[in-house]
Design a protein around this ligand. Structure first.
Ligand code: DSN
Length: 423
């Protein structure tokens, strides 16, 4: 690369990733094939429209490429339709809202501090200004059980047009059957939407339930978390796939076409064809039998790490994990906030993020918790026998957060440990 300044930063990031243990549950390491597709000449191409219906010439390779990504995504998730153009998870969610809702319509979604996502109704977002989001919560944060009785009461009172199941900070499984029962009581205009960004890879591998098996109509996801693809989004749906050039009647059965029209031209212009190329590669990888083993190992690692953290005195929200992510209340465990813990762990090369805990009394920049997970370290090849030492290292970094010498020794240990798990 001729640009030394950028080359230096890339080299720095490569070293940071190599010498640090990635514990952010929404990050992962992609394959060299995914990187090759991302850096391909498809980045030069404009392809507004959909395969066979484009607004620019020269689509003889983009059309089969996008179709390949669509076909693989449908196969992975048992969907009738896949729109692989959303640039990320937030626009994917926005596109579904705009496909189905009118301004002022109600949506039932998980409260942000109980594990939901900003795009599920945080007042700062554009969609929360347009639509009426009503939050539901856990009944008991010591087990993580959702308050389905209250959810039902809210649903019958507000008659939401969408019931949204999904999360970015919830360590337990959702009962999709209960969501489906409640939506049925609301009526046939209630769309069941799942935001599966965090666990898409686990669903694709068959180690977690697929919301479509419970009657959900739409699944949104990012492609870069457990699915181990490029940064991007995707919308999967059930229903009749029509011509996106013609406005269909607004019925749940027409949701695939309504979504296509909401993504383009509703929200986005030219799709990022290099990213779609990389999505196709990642979906192809996720269809291989090894991917199931990978997904199963993510779960095993997370469950063992949760147990080991408890032994070290970490107070875990919901008492543990059933998926890839763990939420710990470091305020009640060690009397420090999540920012202090994040900074101490960063110093020894363990990267995770501060996170609010349910109904957190602390503000988001100094929340009570930290959030971590096992997708990236599992890609790196770490197995359950390494989880005990990782939990000990986390506790030591917190204990010795003021002692630079001790932190330096711990940092060296992390670098040495990771030499056995090359990237
Ligand atoms: N920022 C993502 C996460 O870390 O979970 C969600 O959008």
């Amino acid at each position: 690369m001729k640009d030394d300044e950028v080359a230096k930063l890339i080299a720095g990031e490569e070293q940071r990733q190599r010498e640090g243990l990635e514990l952010i549950p929404s990050e992962n390491y992609v394959s060299t094939d995914v990187l090759t597709a991302l850096g391909s000449v498809f980045t030069n191409k404009y392809s507004e429209g959909y395969p066979g219906r484009r607004y620019y010439g020269g689509q003889e390779f983009t059309d089969p490429l996008e179709q390949l990504a669509i076909d693989r995504a449908k196969q992975l998730f048992k969907a009738d339709h896949a729109n692989v153009q959303p640039h990320s998870g937030a626009p994917a969610n926005e596109a579904v809202y705009s496909a189905w809702l009118e301004p002022g319509d109600s949506v039932l979604a998980m409260d942000l501090s109980h594990g939901g996502h900003l795009t599920h109704g945080n007042p700062m977002t554009r969609s929360a200004k347009l639509y009426n989001f009503i939050p539901y919560k856990m009944k008991d944060i010591s087990t993580g059980e959702i308050d389905y009785d209250h959810l039902r009461e809210l649903a019958l009172e507000h008659k939401p047009k969408i019931i949204l199941a999904g999360f970015s900070g919830y360590p337990r499984d959702l009962d999709y059957g209960k969501f489906a029962e409640i939506a049925k009581e609301v009526g046939d205009q209630c769309l069941l939407m799942a935001d599966m960004a965090h666990i898409a890879g686990l669903i694709a591998a068959g180690v977690k339930d697929n919301p479509f098996d419970y009657g959900f109509h739409v699944i949104t996801t990012t492609t870069h978390k457990t699915l181990r693809g490029p940064r991007g989004g995707m919308i999967l749906s059930k229903g009749t796939v029509g011509n996106p050039l013609k406005a269909p009647e607004k019925t749940i059965d027409n949701i695939p076409t309504l979504i296509d029209r909401a993504v383009f031209p509703g929200m986005q212009g030219g799709p990022h064809m290099h990213v779609i190329a990389a999505k196709a590669v990642a979906f192809g990888e996720a269809l291989q039998p090894e991917f199931k083993e990978y997904a199963q190992q993510i779960l095993t690692n997370a469950s063992v790490l949760a147990d080991e953290l408890k032994k070290q005195g970490f107070d875990l929200v919901t008492g543990g994990t059933s998926n890839h992510l763990i939420l710990a209340n470091v305020q009640t465990s060690f009397g420090i906030n999540g920012k202090e813990a994040e900074e101490a762990l960063d110093k020894i090369g363990l990267t995770l993020n501060k996170n609010t805990i349910p109904d957190d009394p602390n503000p988001p920049f100094r929340p009570s918790g930290i959030r971590l997970g096992t997708p990236a370290l599992t890609t790196r090849g770490l197995k359950e026998d390494s989880m005990g030492r990782i939990a000990e290292l986390m506790k030591l970094a917190i204990d010795y957060r003021e002692d630079d010498e001790r932190l330096k020794d711990l940092r060296s240990e992390v670098v040495a440990m990771l030499r056995n798990f090359s990237l």
